[in-house]
Design a protein around this ligand. Structure first.
Ligand code: GLA
Length: 680
């Protein structure tokens, strides 16, 4: 099912619906401000070129003031005023933060933590995804909003809840326990099958009645890993079910209005399987907050690229990012000059057709008063607001023709697997230092360093069409995936995978007979033992560079396997660090038994890209300094060039004509230039 491209229905623009344009705007929280401020908001939105706002996200307490009392007057007025100003509304179902009257009357909707503590109200998202009481109230509010505003001309899309699972993904309450059992019954059918899958012969965990099964609440020692994994899968599904419940109701009442919810595709949202979520919404929307460290730019590119992968190359909606600092880190750095534009344009480069911020006006009070916004505390006479106005102009004028274009697939891909991510970052593994996201990002960075475009493609997506595929830490491999990987290489594809791949099946049971079990024959190697390395220890490779984190004692077993690099020192000295097997159909299958240093990875990838005939589209001096991302529409490609260095870069010998910046000109640090390249 997930192999199919998800359905796609873009926002319904109220005016001139067929004219492609970029969405530009923010979360708009006018309930935090007196009415006079609303007038200024509308004036400034017009000045900034705002085309869409997300309204009502945290407005439940303001809309439904008690079980049977409602106040829509302020929202009526705002919907009308926004429409008069030509601004479309992505209207929230407002169900993300239940009001005090509800949780006082029904404390049974409050989540319970791993250690059995009640998660109290006083912040936000304090609800159990599986609470029937919460669901009933949320759907009542959703219905009220859909019936009242479903025909309003400003309504462009529905925004279900907000960042589902941001704080309430894991709930260990009795409601969750009951729903978990029901989920397990659907998955396994009978207890024998569950006992087998969970390996309950171990530590006397054998179940004889469904009622004995609990969520993995805080226990004496390491939890059952399959129970734990199933609980993450169940928790994901419980939120998906909530999304579907609100969505189905909205679709019944307003079938013509697209429905979305904002994902959090980033380096720490591991346990939400967005590949599946992408099939449940009319268009993909994402929130992203850039890391203000040396990997931040590349991580943003990675996340935007993966979001495009989830959307299968179609336009997606950047629902939130920040104009400058956030408020939720220990130290919240302000963005440098130029970074607001760079971040927005990088998302655009990877297929975003809407660029929005959290939030429109910086709050005066509350937990997010030091979070940046489009209109900062300083007011419109500020660098941030001037940047906001300039970005609006750029989207409306210079880049207008790019709206609606799709991403041009690259020839290389990094395969991203949420299931393996979950499975390699658990207790009781050979090392707790494995970082799935970092590993995937590092391979992507090596492509960027070589100036070679690579798409991030979910494992359930269409990676089979790429000439070269890197699938790092592809650890959890159900039989159908093993078959697919084998077919890919047999048909001439070039596959790279890494240490701790092909190790377990979907139940987290180890493939026996030597690692990497699922890929042993394909790779032509056999590993008897994993030997993770202590933190800070690196082993040199005989070809230069080194490996750290992990090593494996591998033996070459297949014919046509070349050892490209060996350990140059330590107990595994002389053993393979990097292997390549040539496959009769012209493909190759490569494996690395360690986490390669940047230098070693670069050398290796150069070799493999050469094998696969995949090269850079950039002139030699720009490779590595500049990232190239390409969008395509009929007759034209749009080349987005983003400076990855702290120095200016001269753009020369490039095709096309500039839409922003100038070819042959200096691209400053954080600069992004866009070229239009004609295609017959
Ligand atoms: C999340 C939420 C927003 C806001 C921002 C702050 O993305 O969806 O409501 O809290 O974080 O960065």
């Amino acid at each position: 099912m997930t192999h199919e491209r998800p359905a796609h229905r873009w926002i319904r623009w109220p005016n001139d619906p067929d004219r492609p344009r970029f969405g530009y705007g923010a979360d708009y929280n006018p309930e935090q401000w007196p009415r006079e401020v609303w007038e200024e908001d509308l004036r400034l939105m017009e000045e900034a070129g705002v085309t869409i706002v997300s309204l009502g996200i945290f407005s439940w307490a303001r809309i439904q003031t008690g079980p049977d009392t409602w106040d829509f007057s302020w929202l009526d007025e705002l919907m009308d005023r926004l429409h008069e100003s030509g601004i479309a509304v992505d209207l929230a179902t407002a169900t993300t933060s239940p009001p005090p009257w509800l949780v006082t009357a029904h404390p049974e909707v409050l989540p319970v933590s791993h250690s059995g503590r009640t998660v109290w109200p006083g912040s936000r998202q304090h609800w159990r995804p599986t609470s029937p009481v919460f669901r009933e109230h949320a759907l009542r509010l959703t219905r009220a909003l859909a019936e009242r505003y479903g025909r309003h001309p400003a309504l462009a899309a529905w925004h279900v809840s907000n960042e589902l699972g941001c704080h309430n993904l894991y709930d260990y309450s009795d409601d969750a326990a009951a729903a978990f059992r029901a989920w397990l019954r659907r998955r396994y059918g009978d207890l024998d099958t569950l006992n087998e899958a969970w390996g309950t012969a171990f530590w006397s965990q054998h179940y004889t009645d469904w009622n004995q099964i609990l969520p993995p609440r805080a226990a004496a020692f390491i939890p059952n890993p399959t129970q734990d994994l199933d609980f993450t899968r169940f928790s994901n599904d419980a939120l998906l079910e909530h999304l579907r419940a609100e969505r189905d109701l909205l679709r019944r009442i307003t079938p013509e209005i697209p429905v979305t919810t904002n994902f959090m595709v980033n380096h720490h949202t591991r346990d939400l399987d967005y590949v599946r979520w992408a099939h449940e919404v009319d268009f993909v929307a994402n929130d992203h907050y850039v890391r203000l460290d040396e990997t931040g730019r590349d991580e943003l590119s990675f996340s935007a690229n993966l979001t495009s992968g989830l959307a299968r190359g179609r336009p997606w909606f950047l629902m939130e990012h920040s104009t400058s600092a956030v408020n939720w880190k220990p130290v919240n750095l302000a963005k440098r000059e130029g970074q607001l534009h760079r971040d927005s344009l990088l998302h655009l480069a990877h297929g975003a057709d809407a660029v929005c911020f959290f939030q429109w006006r910086q709050s005066r009070a509350g937990a997010e008063k030091y979070h940046s916004a489009m209109v900062p505390h300083a007011g419109p006479d500020s660098r941030v607001f001037r940047d906001v106005v300039e970005l609006g102009r750029l989207l409306r004028e210079d880049l207008a023709e790019v709206a609606g274009s799709e991403r041009l697939p690259a020839r290389a891909a990094v395969v991203f697997d949420y299931q393996s991510w979950r499975a390699v970052e658990r207790p009781s593994l050979p090392s707790e230092e494995i970082d799935y996201h970092r590993e995937a990002l590092e391979w992507y960075q090596t492509f960027l360093d070589l100036g070679i475009r690579a798409d991030i493609v979910p494992v359930d997506g269409g990676w089979d069409e790429y000439d070269l595929v890197v699938a790092p830490l592809l650890h959890m491999v159900p039989g159908h995936l093993a078959d697919r990987v084998n077919r890919y290489a047999d048909r001439g594809g070039h596959l790279v995978t890494t240490y701790f791949s092909g190790t377990v099946d979907a139940d987290d049971h180890v493939y026996l007979g030597g690692h990497p079990g699922a890929f042993r024959d394909l790779l032509g190697i056999r590993v008897e033992e994993f030997s993770p390395l202590p933190e800070g220890v690196a082993v040199p490779l005989d070809t230069g560079g080194s490996g750290d984190l992990w090593t494996e004692e591998a033996t070459v077993t297949g014919r046509d396997v070349q050892t490209l690099a060996r350990y140059g020192d330590g107990p595994l000295r002389g053993r393979p660090a990097l292997t390549l097997r040539r496959i009769p159909g012209g493909g190759t299958a490569s494996y690395t038994t360690t986490r390669l240093s940047a230098r070693a990875r670069r050398g290796f990838l150069l070799r493999i890209t050469d094998e696969a005939g995949v090269g850079s589209e950039l002139p030699e001096p720009l490779r590595g300094c500049v990232e190239l991302a390409v969008r395509t529409a009929e007759g034209a490609e749009y080349w987005f060039l983003s400076n990855r260095t702290d120095e200016g870069v001269v753009l020369a010998d490039l095709p096309g004509t500039p839409l922003t910046g100038t070819a042959g000109a200096h691209l400053p640090p954080d600069g992004v230039a866009v070229l239009r390249v004609e295609r017959p």
